[in-house]
Design a protein around this ligand. Structure first.
Ligand code: UD1
Ligand code: CA
Length: 456
């Protein structure tokens, strides 16, 4: 049967106290609304409509790459009104529409799949997801008849004393037969405590017409919505836990999952070990057999197999197989580090390539440079890439030895197999096989200390 989905994302989310529309707040590095869209795509729902209102342009921009269709709800007159605004999306379609909200990102593909199958196999005109809550305050209550069939949903603010005692709540996710939904929307009114058009009233309308309503229970966790920053952190914690479990099941060791922060799109190979305090962001890929010692931030980077990183920051870069990084290294965007290289303590690399087997062990800055393989950088090398106005490039060939405390004033080229004496300030090209010394010659003045009467 044909299926499509709608995501309600027009509300501002006042309680977030934010300039950003609520559904764009991120959970494990991904906007809440994009989590929902991605789950729908995993269960092969291609046609996804997003109802936008507050911050519509921002929501469109953030979801653009996911190829969804937008409906605008200019004024937020309730969840039923929001769905009415998507009439154009629904018209001329027959089959099932699943309705979700953009602020409940924990729903899983398994649940969505089961939900839609249950709805279609049961031949229902509408199906709801429900949960039993010890404290159902604030939620719509599911009212059943003596035969235990769903009759209607009553919003908390519209409940009688007896209805308030009902613990079965409406999770706020629905499947509808599209034609039945469109017909029922015509019959919605806003005669209720909040003066809003409720999507939940569609259930009562269909039941009165003797249509069968389905309901299936769902773990409450999956339906948790975010209304405040505190709830955002709670949902983030649950999502984080889920992500960490997935990686551990795939053969990754995470020594302390409560203190390991992995974004939802990150990929990690098996036999990698991750110590606490690591933050792995964006589209990062960590291959097999790596060791991430505590406290690194790795963002949008590719870390090849058997790399060891500790206490470092790696941004938009690539680290080759078998290389070690840190502690306290800073690898800035657009850097590529080769295989079996070493980027040691207090080393900053910016927009540079470093060849295989090159060692940059300590206290060094390399910016806008192309460095070959098999080089060795002494402690305290500085690539002087900025003249106060412009940035320039430095090129260093293979198997070069850069002595300690060297300045390489860019633009400059150091050819293959060269040696640079410690303390040199290099401003001119160093040809192949050369030793370059660029510092004042040492002068020893004999007897100077006694002559000055300074011996202690
Ligand atoms: C809704 C349900 C309630 C259910 C609860 C589950 C209704 C009337 N009630 O209540 O039965 O228990 O969810 O969490 O549907 N939105 C729009 N446009 C609007 C109004 C809302 O896009 O005009 C969006 C909001 O941005 C939000 C979602 O719809 O993402 C839900 O709206 P909200 O006002 O939070 O509904 P609840 O009061 O939580
Ligand atoms: Ca809500």
């Amino acid at each position: 049967m044909y299926k499509c989905a709608l995501i309600l994302a027009a509300g501002k989310g006042k309680r977030m106290k934010s300039d950003l529309p609520k559904v764009l707040h991120k959970v494990c590095g991904k906007e809440m609304v994009n989590h929902v869209i991605d789950v729908l795509r995993t269960v092969n729902i291609e046609d996804v409509g997003v109802i936008v209102g507050k911050g519509a342009e921002k929501v469109k921009e953030a979801t653009e790459a996911r190829n969804v269709v937008y409906s605008l709800q200019e004024e937020q007159l309730g969840t039923g009104h929001a769905v009415m605004c998507a009439k154009n999306f629904l018209k001329n379609k027959t089959g099932t529409v699943a309705v979700f909200t953009g602020d409940a990102p924990l729903i899983t593909d398994e649940t969505v799949k089961k939900f839609i199958e249950f709805h279609e196999e049961g031949g229902f005109k509408a199906t709801i997801l429900t949960s039993i809550l010890e404290n159902p305050t604030g939620y719509g209550r599911v009212i059943r008849n003596k035969k235990d069939e769903v009759k209607r949903i009553v919003e908390h603010k519209d409940c009688s004393d007896k209805e308030l005692k009902v613990k079965e709540i409406n999770a706020g996710m629905y499947c509808f037969d599209i034609i039945s939904l469109l017909e029922s929307l015509e019959k919605l009114d806003n005669n209720n405590a909040q003066g809003e058009y409720y999507i939940t009233d569609v259930i009562g309308i269909l039941e009165k017409e003797d249509q069968k309503i389905g309901a299936i229970p769902v773990p409450f966790e999956e339906t948790l919505g975010v209304n405040s920053r505190v709830e955002l952190s709670q949902v983030e914690r649950l999502m984080r836990n889920r992500i960490n479990i997935k990686h551990m099941e795939n053969g990754v060791t995470i020594t302390d999952p409560n203190n390991t922060y992995i974004d939802s799109e990150v990929e990690i190979g098996s036999n990698t070990i991750i110590y606490p305090g690591n933050v792995l962001e964006g589209s990062t890929i960590i291959e097999e057999g790596c060791i991430l010692y505590p406290n690194s931030r790795i963002s949008n980077s590719v870390i090849e197999r058997d790399v060891v990183i500790q206490n470092s920051v790696v941004l938009d870069s690539k680290i080759g197989e078998g290389t070690t990084v840190g502690p306290f290294a800073y690898i800035r965007p657009d850097s590529t580090i080769g295989k079996n290289a070493r980027i040691g303590d207090f080393v900053e690399i910016k927009k540079s390539t470093i060849g295989d087997d090159t060692k940059v062990s300590h206290l060094t800055y390399i910016g806008d440079a192309e460095v070959g393989s098999g080089c060795n950088f002494g402690c305290g090398t500085v690539v002087v890439n900025y003249d106060g106005k412009n940035k320039h490039k430095t090129i260093i060939g293979n198997n070069s030895f850069i002595g300690c405390n060297t300045n390489l004033v860019s633009p400059v080229k150091i050819e293959d197999n060269t040696y640079i004496a410690a303390g040199s300030t290099i401003t001119k090209q160093v040809p192949k096989g050369t030793l370059a010394i660029a510092r004042a010659k040492q002068v020893n003045i004999e007897g100077w200390v006694d002559k000055k009467g300074m011996r202690k």
